[in-house]
Design a protein around this ligand. Structure first.
Ligand SMILES: [Zn+2]
Length: 340
């Protein structure tokens, strides 16, 4: 019964293969008989349900048939490819072409570019640095000594090396001294980049995020420059007269230190999960660069002064596009990305 059926399948397959005139038609025949749900495949799959005696007679026949059909397909393929006369092939040039879907830039990239443009228009250059850093550039040079509590605040991903001296930078401020070592004031420069912290995550904190630091160093730079620059930046970035406030704060790399907040745009100051119900977004810490940092860069103490700040680009993107969860930036969900 079954052997007869296999012979029938083989005869039909071979005759259909002979009639094909294109690769496409040949492929269809192949799927019909040898595909995942193909006629012969079904029989091969059913072998395990047969008695041992039946399997011994049907098994080899089915396998041999599959090989014969495959061979017939391969031979026909050779015949067809030699047969196509392109001069006689009719191509319908009026058929519409395949539409290529355009990609989208991530909101982080959009915000980064816009921030870079605004600062460029204010005379800033752009500096870059490695994502894998040394303790010196990430901590020591920024006046964060070994026992400083700030090192605990920034839970660090360390890289396993012989001396255990490499880490994933916890802030782009790590670029500051690298840049200063190679440049003499006066200068103004921004430092955009990705940073990493091994910390508990919530709707506004992730382990990977984007920052854009800036610094302006010269002989008479003051804290008023810092506030004016950031205020101007925020107004240009959000294209509106945005409420800001400056508060005294503390950071080891600046003295005096400040924090510039702006009114939460997600809730218009009413309070939401992103602004932790305060109505304000703490977004731009900074201040006057601590003289210890300038000295670490090799400048004489008290010869120059400068201001520096750190803009949370991820947070800024959340505000600009009213996104209430930071993890959406990294999940690669196309439904999210396509909205920008
Ligand atoms: Zn809010």
């Amino acid at each position: 019964m079954l052997p007869k059926k296999i012979e029938e399948i083989k005869a039909k397959a071979i005759s259909e293969i002979k009639k094909t005139a294109s690769d496409r038609a040949l492929f269809d025949v192949k799927v019909k008989y040898l595909g995942r749900k193909g006629k012969l495949t079904k029989i091969l799959k059913g072998l395990k349900n047969l008695s041992e005696k039946e399997r011994k007679s049907v098994g080899p026949l089915a396998n041999q048939t599959r090989q014969e059909i495959e061979k017939a397909i391969a031979n026909r393929k050779k015949e067809i490819s030699g047969k196509i006369d392109w001069g006689k092939e009719k191509i319908d040039i009026t058929l519409p072409g395949k539409k290529q879907e355009l990609g989208h830039l991530s909101p982080i990239t959009l915000v980064n570019r816009e921030a870079e443009q605004i600062f460029s228009s204010m005379g800033f250059g752009i500096a870059d640095g490695p994502e894998m850093e040394t303790d010196f550039y990430n901590f020591d040079s920024l006046n964060i000594p070994k026992d400083h509590p700030a090192r605990d605040v920034m839970d660090t991903f360390r890289v396993k090396t012989k001396n255990n001296d490499l880490l994933l930078r916890t802030h782009v401020s790590a670029i500051q001294v690298r840049y200063m070592e190679k440049h003499k004031p006066p200068f103004r420069v921004i430092m955009p980049g990705r940073v990493f912290r091994n910390e508990a995550t919530d709707s506004s904190h992730g382990h990977t995020f984007y920052q854009l630091d800036g610094m302006m160093v010269g002989k008479d730079v003051s804290a008023a420059n810092y506030y004016a620059l950031i205020d101007e930046f925020l107004k240009k970035f959000f294209e509106r007269d945005i409420k800001t406030r400056m508060r005294p704060s503390f950071f080891p790399f600046t003295e005096p230190s400040f924090e510039i907040d702006f009114e939460c745009l997600l809730c218009s100051g009413k309070g939401c999960s992103v602004c932790k119900q305060s109505g304000w977004v703490e977004i731009i810490p900074g201040g006057m660069i601590n003289q210890n940092v300038l000295v670490a860069a090799g400048y004489p103490r008290n010869k120059y002064q400068g201001c520096a700040w750190d803009i949370g680009i991820s947070r800024l993107a959340m505000m600009k596009y009213k996104i209430d969860h930071i993890h959406l930036f990294h999940e690669g969900d196309l439904r999210f990305i396509k909205q920008f």
